[in-house]
Design a binder for this molecule. Structure first.
Ligand code: ADP
Length: 154
């Protein structure tokens, strides 16, 4: 099984959407293995969004992401990274497909509600950035036999 990192951004917090966004991941069948609130600082954001550091909109992202605490989550499932990205929808929420989190709840390219890891390497780095080992929980879901076939979980 694969793990992916998902962050609920300040627009989720301020709009009271934590429950609705978490429900998307639960409803799909991903298993929560880590969840906590935290405040992001400049250093963390510089690392987390390093690939955007030279973009003109970078200072705006930093200001936005520091406006309130965020919720950091880790989800586990088969191909969880790809599934997580699909649940979120494309970056520009105006273009995101209905049925996705961004497509259903956002009109913005910046305030697009969620961050989700985009590769195995990024998931590994992001989980380690935001969670200690003792904050991550391996546990057996009672539903697994009804969410997957036997050969899918072997
Ligand atoms: P994603 O979050 O879909 O993986 P990126 O890694 O490209 O997308 O961008 C990270 C975040 O930076 C986006 O989720 C969004 O909040 C913000 N962002 C990206 N592009 C823009 C832009 N053109 N203007 C403002 N904010 C942006």
């Amino acid at each position: 099984m694969q793990r992916t990192f998902v962050m609920l951004k300040p627009d989720v917090m301020n709009r009271g959407l934590i429950g609705k966004v978490v429900a998307r991941f639960e409803d799909k069948g991903l298993k929560p293995v880590g969840m906590k609130m935290l405040r992001l600082d400049d250093e963390t954001l510089k690392v987390h969004y390093a690939h955007l550091a030279d973009k003109p909109f970078f200072p705006g992202i930093v200001e936005f992401m520091k406006r309130s605490p965020v919720v950091a989550t880790v989800w586990e499932g088969k191909e969880a990274i790809e599934v997580g990205r699909k649940l979120c929808g494309v970056t520009n929420a105006r273009e995101a497909a209905p049925g996705t989190i961004r497509g259903d709840y956002s009109m913005s390219i910046q305030a697009n509600l969620v961050h989700a890891s985009d590769s195995e390497e990024m998931a590994r780095q992001e989980i380690a950035r935001f969670f200690t080992d003792s904050e991550l929980f391996g546990w057996e879901s009672a539903l697994v036999a009804y969410q997957y076939s036997k050969d899918e979980v072997e």
